[in-house]
Design a protein. Sequence first.
Length: 150
Amino acid sequence: MSFAERLRRYGGTFVTGVFAAFFIAVLVSKIWPDAYRPVFIGLVLFWLVGLVGVVVRDVRSRDAAVFSDPSDWRPTELPLEFRFVTHETSLQELERRLGAPIPVADTGSVRYDLPSGGALFIHFDAPTTPDSKVRGIQLYPSKECVPVFG
């Protein structure tokens, strides 16, 4: 993601939060006239802290290894128990060898949590069936790298 895309994404999110804080503060000030400023400042700070957390996590997750191109498939970079995975591996075979994965809602992907606190996302073409073949893998080596909504 380029700097302009990031600025548009996070800037738009921040502006939305400021508008929401404004409208909530106006509503609260109708009941308690002296509460406008503290409510507005408190909500903006709350929104800003949350946004900074999301940005930090997104920056950390940039280091995730993504293996979507077969020429870039490097099994040695995967955890030992996942090194058998290729583009020809089916979801059924993954479940048989590794146990049931955690489905990632409506994405055609599954997730396996790692002992390090990280996660391995395995992507399939949607709709995912037991015979679906692996399309790509994302490895997030530590808990700090795992995306917020992953």
